[in-house]
Design a protein around this ligand. Structure first.
Ligand code: NAI
Ligand code: MG
Length: 497
């Protein structure tokens, strides 16, 4: 199927271009009239022209979000009504699942089987889970030790929330941000990543169709340095929620200082995935493959440091290399593809640069290590790559690569591997493969990471909190933990005398 047939079969959304931005319930062009191209990374063809938001558009969106927060139907809605809107949005998304899966695949590159089987249904589920929370945000009564006082707390929304999301799971990241913010009664200005703006904008159409009041959700596509930076620095934004690189996370914190807006950050990782000799190796090797190659390795939790006990090291590394060689590389829109292109030329170059640095520092490539460029695969494809002969100090073992590249590292014992696994500026996730329940629990408590997976990897559920230790960020998403990030507590004292 060619790109164009895929689009016209699946979606009428791209027929009108440029794709506009959503501000105050209206679909509008950018104030400057500028547009930017979003491309299909499998072919490098332009998929669509999109309105390019800059600081003036961000300002218009913040004004609309403020107005919607302070007056109009949104703050008057009951929790049950807010919950029903979120549920309706989930139903609409589910009804358009095929279209969203195709759009996500074309814009991001990911294999359609994962867009269909993962991204879209998980997003639907996310909206449903938070639809339920809208009516369960309870305060407390407090037994203060001062006579004749009745003291209680209210949980109130923060106000206008700016949300900046990345390109690796564009639709899911939009739902992780939007669903809890709206359940808690905030209004939102969402800035999708410049590489992948389409599904968030199409979701904006469903948000309007579901009946969210004007201005409750505003979606402004544009670049990080302009639109993103303007949102992070805006004096009338009460909170920023960000997912992306640690480098930009730091800039967000700096920009937030002006009005001391609240910030939550979900940043990079260099997650250890540890295979003990007593693990069921069949599952462990397959698990190691999925941990690093899923979504072309463009996953913040990617199991990119594979620690393997020396007694099974050769077996695991050769098994993993074999799996890597068998993966079908192809356009995401082909249902048979296991591995799509990287999201952009820039990302491909960044990842290949890391491969070069690994070779340069003396590590050896067991398999992969190069771009795939054929007539059929003209986009940003590269082979899944396994490195051996790696030292912990090498850049490829320390820095987030964000591509299909894993470093294999042998180890001898539990204490040693725990210390090496924790010797990272990051602490997002970790994996452990073992049949020994004592090792499993010991590692689960010792690893400094926001999530530890034992005998599984990359599991996510709307009900299970997720977020980083150390420089992988702060605050939690999902589960009831995220509600703290979108509400503030007001304490009320009633004198009873
Ligand atoms: P990035 O951090 O630059 O982009 C993420 C989002 O932040 C995008 O929406 C972007 O427009 C926005 N942004 C960029 N600069 C900004 C600024 N100054 N102010 C406000 N917003 C800004 O990530 P990029 O450049 O796409 O990828 C670079 C590396 O970041 C990747 O190789 C990977 O290591 C890491 N990354 C991590 C992600 C995660 O899920 N934790 C997601 C994306 C990237
Ligand atoms: Mg960037």
């Amino acid at each position: 199927m060619t790109t164009n047939t895929a689009i016209s079969v699946q979606s009428t959304f791209l027929r009108q271009q440029p794709v506009k931005m959503l501000i105050g319930g209206q679909w509008v062009e950018s104030a400057s009239g500028k547009t930017f191209a979003t491309i299909n990374p499998a072919t490098t063809e332009v998929l669509a022209q999109v309105a390019e938001g800059e600081s003036e558009d961000i300002n218009r969106a913040v004004v609309a979000a403020r107005k919607a927060f302070e007056s109009g139907p949104w703050p008057k809605m009951t929790p049950s009504q807010r919950g029903r809107l979120l549920w309706k949005l989930a139903d609409l998304l589910e009804a358009h699942a095929e279209e969203f899966a195709a759009l996500e695949t074309l814009d991001n590159g990911k294999p359609i089987k994962y867009a269909k089987g993962g991204d879209v249904p998980l997003t639907v589920d996310h909206f449903r889970y938070f639809a339920g929370w809208a009516s369960k945000l309870e305060g407390e009564t407090i037994p203060v030790s001062i006579p004749n006082m009745f003291t209680y707390t209210l949980r109130e929304p923060l106000g206008v929330v700016g949300q900046i999301i990345p390109w690796n799971f564009p639709l899911q990241m939009a739902s992780w941000k939007l669903a809890p913010a709206l359940a808690c009664g905030n209004t939102v200005v969402l800035k999708p990543a410049e590489q992948t703006p389409l599904t968030a904008l199409r979701l904006g159409e469903l948000i309007c169709e579901a009946g969210f009041p004007d201005g409750a959700v505003n979606i402004v596509p544009g670049f990080g340095e302009t639109a993103g930076a303007a949102l992070a620095a805006h004096p009338d934004v009460d909170k920023i929620a960000f997912t992306g690189s640690t480098e930009v996370g730091r800039k967000i914190v700096e920009a937030s200082a002006g009005n001391l807006k609240k910030v939550t950050l979900e940043l990079g990782g260099k997650s250890p995935n540890i295979i003990f000799p007593d693990a069921d190796l069949k599952y462990a090797v397959r698990g190691a493959m999925n941990a690093i190659f899923f979504n072309q390795g463009q996953v913040c939790t990617a199991g990119s440091r594979l620690f393997v006990h020396q007694s099974v090291y050769e077996q695991v590394v050769s098994g993993l290399a074999e799996y890597a060689q068998k993966m079908k590389i192809g356009a995401g829109i082909d249902p048979a593809s296991d591995l799509g292109p990287l999201v952009s030329q820039e990302q491909l170059e960044r990842v290949l640069g890391y491969v070069e640095s690994g070779r340069h520092e003396g590590a050896s490539v067991v398999t992969g290590g190069e771009r795939v460029a054929t007539q059929d695969l003209a986009g940003y494809f590269m082979r899944p790559t396994v490195f051996d002969g790696v030292q912990d100090e090498m850049r490829i073992a320390r820095e987030e690569i964000f591509g299909p590249v894993v470093v294999a590292l042998p180890f001898e014992n539990v204490e040693e591997v725990a210390a090496r696994a924790n010797a990272s500026i990051y602490g997002l996730a970790a994996g452990v493969w073992t049949s020994d329940v004592k090792i499993a629990h010991k590692m689960a408590s010792t690893l400094k990471a926001g999530v530890v997976w034992v005998n599984t990897y990359n599991m996510f559920d709307a009900a299970a909190p997720f977020g980083g230790y150390k420089q992988s960020g702060y605050g939690r998403e999902m589960g009831h933990a995220v509600l703290d990030a979108y509400t503030q507590t007001k304490t009320v004292w009633m004198g009873l005398r």
